[in-house]
Design a protein around this ligand. Structure first.
Ligand SMILES: Cc1cc2nc3c(=O)[nH]c(=O)nc-3n(C[C@H](O)[C@H](O)[C@H](O)COP(=O)(O)OP(=O)(O)OC[C@H]3O[C@@H](n4cnc5c(N)ncnc54)[C@H](O)[C@@H]3O)c2cc1C
Length: 236
């Protein structure tokens, strides 16, 4: 049993952020109880026997919030690099830069025509549609068949027809067909879309280690207790 004023459960990004805020507020009687053997949660990485590093979850860091960006600089200092996204889709033998639906001119002419006509004729999605219906209504059958449905099924390991569409907000580009047509006629790529067209990543090593080092640098105490899964609490 651990007796403490404040217990933070989990040393993922949220737990570490909470810890930092508590420290800033002058609360130091804090422990962080982490079930795994180190901090980072899904934002950590593992290195295999060949020396390759694999991110468990988070592989790019991006935000629109100055507060978060300042926090990243505080935690990692110069140990962070910024990259321009270079992300490509191989569809029917053509390499298409992300977002696929903005760059249809990269496809073979027949496929490009099918996707473009579908995009122009798309009826537009209504609220509360399931994700597959939302895709078909927003992009038409061509983009749905050649990219959106197989891609999202793979990413989420779930049939889009069983997912909602309320989350897509800034994660799926709902392009205007006029813009796509203009880029098709001029043969120009549209690469700038999205919240993560430029993203950060630690310069060296693993997310987990860098997060852990940042945490130690920021806090006066090292409150992390590893391999401590919380299964009950007593709030006396
Ligand atoms: C495949 C994938 C890709 C992703 N890609 C990105 C990306 O590119 N960029 C991005 O910003 N985000 C990405 N994310 C999301 C990001 O990883 C999460 O938003 C973030 O890790 C959530 O932080 P968290 O602290 O809430 O939870 P977690 O990271 O899940 O941390 C929770 C921690 O709590 C511990 N814990 C749980 N239960 C207990 C218990 N009972 N007792 C003690 N400890 C416990 C866990 O061991 C873990 O360390 C991705 C996620 C996934 C799955």
């Amino acid at each position: 049993m651990i007796d403490t004023h404040v217990a933070v459960i989990g040393a993922g990004p949220c737990g570490l952020g909470c810890l930092r805020e508590l420290d800033r507020l002058g609360m130091h009687d804090v422990v962080v109880l982490e079930a795994a053997s180190g901090p980072g949660g899904l934002a950590s990485s593992v290195t295999d026997e060949q020396g390759f590093t694999w991110d468990r979850g988070g592989h790019v860091v991006f935000s629109h919030h100055g507060e978060f960006d300042r926090l990243l600089t505080d935690v990692l200092g110069d140990e962070v690099l910024h990259h321009d996204r270079s992300s490509w889709v191989l569809a029917d033998g053509s390499w298409v830069p992300y977002p696929f639906q903005n760059n249809l001119h990269r496809l073979e002419p027949d496929t490009a025509l099918e996707c473009l006509v579908g995009l122009i004729e798309a009826e537009g999605a209504t609220a509360h549609a399931d994700f597959e219906s939302w895709i078909r209504a927003t992009f038409g059958p061509g983009v749905a068949r050649h990219f959106m449905i197989p891609y999202n099924e793979k990413v989420w390991a779930t049939a889009p027809s069983t997912m909602g569409s309320g989350w897509i907000a800034e994660r799926v580009s709902t392009t205007d067909w006029r813009k796509v047509l203009a880029s098709a006629l001029s043969g120009t790529d549209d690469l700038g879309w999205g919240p993560n067209n430029r993203f950060a990543f630690p310069r060296r090593g693993r997310h987990r280690r860098d997060l852990a080092q940042g945490r130690r640098a920021l806090l006066r105490v090292d409150p992390l207790r590893q391999r401590r899964r919380v299964d009950r609490r007593d709030r006396r």
